[in-house]
Design a protein around this ligand. Structure first.
Ligand SMILES: Nc1ncnc2c1ncn2[C@@H]1O[C@H](COP(=O)(O)OP(=O)(O)OP(=O)(O)O)[C@@H](O)[C@H]1O
Ligand SMILES: [Mg+2]
Length: 244
């Protein structure tokens, strides 16, 4: 199995507060890996560290063969095109249409001409079932649709890895399902996903493997089945909502 990301002995503290004691985790190419754990266990910080938005205090994070913790801001720019981060609330530009929101990264980061950009944007909207909405402004869409446009904008550059931080929080079942279908469809096209969510049905539907963060470490790592069958009291308590 090809390893696309390898997190080794990563440590992070904010002042006196130790968030990551020592994180070790390998992500396989093409899998959906879910990070699960109580509030404040450092799931978002870990995702952000994968693209250099947070800087661990020690350890290594390999993306393919490069340790990105040794990278400076300039070195990180190409990494951020290959690893996309889906912001929790979509973070769309309100004064841009859906089309312009998706065209923006292509204009900023590629040399594509207008015709190629148009083709790429429309094809991406088609992929996520949003074709026909290209001329709407974010304010004209529901929150769920905005969130899906946010995912569409993250994939327009064809990233190898997508990081989702609570992509379905606050969404109704229909829009949650649309996001899940997007994750599954991207997986079928070979994209690797790292997902942070508290939404148990989503976790047990889409995850190939699940990592349970607790007290600054990956406490348990297993396939969906192994996690569902675990008898570890902390893990069972967390899944059943009896423990933080
Ligand atoms: N920039 C920062 N400065 C100081 N403390 C921070 C900073 N960013 C995160 N933290 C702290 O690090 C800890 C982990 O934060 P993080 O956002 O990763 O938690 P989380 O697991 O994503 O929680 P949630 O499930 O609530 O989103 C928290 O205690 C948070 O307050
Ligand atoms: Mg978080």
């Amino acid at each position: 199995m090809e390893e696309i990301i390898k997190i080794e002995r990563v440590k992070k503290r904010f002042g006196d507060k130790v968030v990551h004691r020592e994180i070790n985790l390998t992500v396989h190419k093409g899998e959906v890996l879910t990070l699960m754990g109580g509030s404040g266990t450092g799931k978002s910080v870990l995702l952000r560290s994968l693209i250099g938005l947070d800087r661990p205090d020690g350890g290594s994070i390999f993306f393919h063969d490069d340790d990105i913790l040794k990278f400076d801001e300039d070195d990180l720019l190409p990494i951020r095109k290959r690893i996309a981060y889906v912001f929790q609330y979509g973070a769309l530009f309100d004064s841009f249409t859906v089309f312009e929101n998706l065209a923006y990264p292509l204009r900023e980061h590629t040399n594509m001409g207008e015709a190629a950009i148009r083709k790429k944007v429309l094809a991406t909207l088609e992929r996520v079932g949003l074709r026909g909405n290209e001329n709407l402004f974010p304010s004209e869409m529901s929150g769920g649709m905005q969130r899906r446009v946010g995912v569409a904008r993250s994939i327009v550059m064809d990233p190898e890895v997508i990081l989702y931080d609570e992509p379905t929080s606050g969404l109704d079942p229909f829009n949650t399902r649309q996001i899940v279908l997007m994750i599954e469809q991207l997986k079928s096209q070979g994209t690797t996903s790292i997902l942070v969510t508290h939404d148990m049905p989503t976790i047990f539907r889409v995850s190939d493997r699940i990592a349970f963060l607790r007290e600054g470490r990956i406490d348990t790592l297993g396939t969906r089945k192994e996690i569902q069958q675990s008898e570890d009291p902390d893990l069972v308590g967390f899944i059943n909502g009896e423990k933080m």
